[in-house]
Design a protein around this ligand. Structure first.
Ligand SMILES: Cc1cc2nc3c(=O)[nH]c(=O)nc-3n(C[C@H](O)[C@H](O)[C@H](O)COP(=O)(O)OP(=O)(O)OC[C@H]3O[C@@H](n4cnc5c(N)ncnc54)[C@H](O)[C@@H]3O)c2cc1C
Length: 571
């Protein structure tokens, strides 16, 4: 560490010459500071000459106490080499080191975009680094393509299903290439309008195309192999947010790695509809794609190692959904432990055991939908003091700070609540905490979860079992969709609603819905759980008649009464 260092700070909140004076005085008041200067309040900058042992936190705290906020952008010794907080040299060649950014966000998906935009809106200089396609998983290979494909197949199925026979004509074979083409069209459109165009609207954000890795505590290097100008460049931003998402993961089943199986990405891009398919894994992604392919005309077998499908949802929903899927012709095999995967005569053959009996399944295609694992390997994370969990997820505290004080993480890479709205929420939160010491804590108590099968599974809060495990005394209400007028009118009474309430306070702890478009119903329950609304308050609230959402109100009444005895409009 050198005796004397020059620091440059980015300062926010200065609006006049007096502000510049206040910031200068605040910096000068820090013990060890020899000189401080603000070159005009409009610059948003301050320079400080200080003894080498002056902590950056002491400088930013002094500015904060004066009513402004600041981040240290560069720290330079008298030898003119840039140094990290530990005093390690991070780059001798100043032409190859960029300290221009208050914040560098690694990963240009939903979490990364949310973080970068929040940083820019707060007035900071931000860089967003993306190794692959702008927009990340959701728009390119996740929510958007899967949901539009599912909807296309649903419409085809609805037109042909028995409930509406005579009203709609039964169509011929589905035009699969057209379904895929429509999907691609929407993906391209939304990538452009929701990511590329949005980025262009934020000139404060510098977009860097390339793969990033950490070098030391707060250094970032762009992979030298990156084509274009960014390759090999090094940066020492004020703060770093890692938002590198997750990728499909397959279990270590003998033979699996030797066959070219489908994952959620390639399954959304099959040019031809297979005659048969095995889907390994019956969580959200597996079930959604299994039903979509089955409805399009593929014979689908779903193999699940756990005792039931949708294994993390309330068991009553899992049981009912399995029945509906089987009625549609899917073969559901729970409790199946795959022991071998082979390829014979161009077909996939899976052998395994179910309750000690050996079973074999074969099909033209194999989709492995057994979960996703964080993208953290080869990024220099552990060397930089960023600790990882057993599944490679970045460990963060409630502020989304990692074990390295310069580095935050957000979205799927943290391994928690892998949904796009959580990614966006956590990206914003991480940016605010990293840049402003806002101290906002991550709250996952009411995160909604949807499985886009038909009927959909939508839930929020605790299941009955979870609530009991956590020591709550609970009251439970279960209502069949048979009692919901909207379901009767639509001639589709599949599903049920289950509510879990805290017996002591009457507050809603969890809501679990299996119903057509249940995802549209759950938000009422999300608000109730988040804001501590009681079952009684929900019951006394008006819900519009002939909506499925009214089912929630009926489920609250079912805590006390037999809803079969209610007049339909009496509430
Ligand atoms: C088939 C499928 C369907 C889904 N459906 C839904 C849904 O309906 N609703 C829902 O809420 N969620 C859904 N999800 C989940 C949702 O897509 C993710 O939770 C969300 O997209 C995660 O966002 P993220 O920003 O954390 O990561 P990502 O969007 O994956 O972004 C990470 C980005 O980081 C980049 N990157 C990785 N490493 C580096 C590096 N070293 N340097 C630079 N860049 C790097 C990657 O290229 C990627 O673009 C679905 C997921 C899948 C797979």
């Amino acid at each position: 560490m050198s005796d004397q260092e020059k620091l440059e700070l980015s300062v926010r909140g200065m609006t006049c010459d007096s502000c510049a004076t206040h910031v200068t005085q605040a910096l000068k008041s820090v013990p060890g500071v020899k000189e401080a200067n603000v070159p005009g309040w409009q610059s948003g900058l301050a320079t400080v000459i200080a003894k080498g042992d002056v902590k950056t936190e002491a400088l930013t705290a002094a500015v904060r106490e004066a009513g402004y906020s600041a981040t240290v952008c560069t720290r330079q010794s008298s030898l003119s080499s840039l140094r990290s907080e530990e005093g390690k040299e991070v780059a001798r060649n100043s032409g190859n080191s960029r300290n221009l950014f208050d914040l560098m966000v690694i990963g240009g998906g939903s979490a990364g975009f949310a973080a970068a935009i929040k940083g820019a809106e707060l007035g900071f200089k931000v860089a967003l680094v993306e190794a692959g396609t702008i927009g990340g998983t959701c728009v390119n290979v996740g929510c958007v393509p899967s949901k539009t494909l599912i909807r296309s197949v649903e419409l085809y199925h609805l037109a042909g299903q028995h409930r509406f026979r005579g009203v709609y004509t039964v169509p011929g074979r589905i035009d699969w290439p057209q379904v895929i083409a429509h999907k691609d069209e929407l993906v391209n459109e939304l990538r452009q309008t929701k990511y590329t165009d949005v980025l262009a609207a934020y000139p404060e954000i510098t977009y860097i195309q390339g793969r990033a890795r950490l070098t030391g505590k707060n250094g970032v290097e762009i992979d030298p192999a990156t084509p274009g100008g960014a390759g090999g460049k090094r940066y020492t931003p004020g703060k770093i947010i890692i938002a590198t998402g997750a990728k499909p993961w397959a279990p270590p089943i003998p033979g699996l790695n030797e066959v070219p199986y489908l994952d959620s990405t390639s399954a959304l891009d099959l040019k031809e509809l297979p005659r048969s398919m095995i889907v390994l894994g019956a969580n959200a992604v597996g079930l959604e794609l299994a039903q979509a392919y089955a409805r399009a005309g593929t014979y689908v077998t779903v193999l699940e190692v756990l005792p039931r499908i949708a294994p993390f949802e309330d068991s009553s929903l899992s049981v009912a959904l399995a029945e509906y899927l089987e009625e549609e012709g899917l073969r559901i095999v729970p409790n199946f432990k795959t022991t071998k995967v082979e390829r014979r005569d161009g077909r996939y053959v899976l052998t395994g055991t179910q309750n000690d009996a050996e079973l074999t399944f074969e099909a033209e295609q194999l989709l492995v939908a057994t979960g996703r694992r964080p993208n953290t390997s080869g990024m220099g994370l552990e060397e930089a003091g960023v600790k990882l969990g057993q599944r490679g997820e970045i460990l963060v505290n409630d502020l989304l700070l990692t074990h390295n004080p310069f580095v935050y993480a957000a979205g799927d890479v943290t391994g928690r609540d892998m949904f796009v709205y959580v990614a966006a929420y956590s990206g914003m939160l991480a940016a605010e905490n990293a840049l402003t010491d806002a101290g906002r804590t991550y709250d996952a108590s009411y995160v909604p979860r949807i499985t886009f099968t038909d009927p959909q599974v939508a839930s929020a809060g605790l299941t009955e079992d979870q609530a009991r495990e956590q020591g709550y005394e609970v009251r439970v209400s279960t209502l069949s969709m048979v009692h919901v007028p909207r379901a009767l009118a639509a001639r589709d009474t599949r599903g049920l609603i289950k509510l879990v309430a805290n017996a002591a306070t009457d507050q809603l702890l969890g809501a679990h819905i299996l119903a057509p478009e249940a995802g549209e119903m759950i938000q009422t329950a999300v608000l109730a759980i988040r804001f501590g609304i009681t079952v009684r308050e929900l019951r006394e609230t008006m819900f519009p008649y002939l909506t499925n959402a009214e089912g929630l109100k009926l489920a609250t009444i079912a805590f006390e009464k037999d809803v079969a005895k209610l007049s339909c409009c009496a509430g």
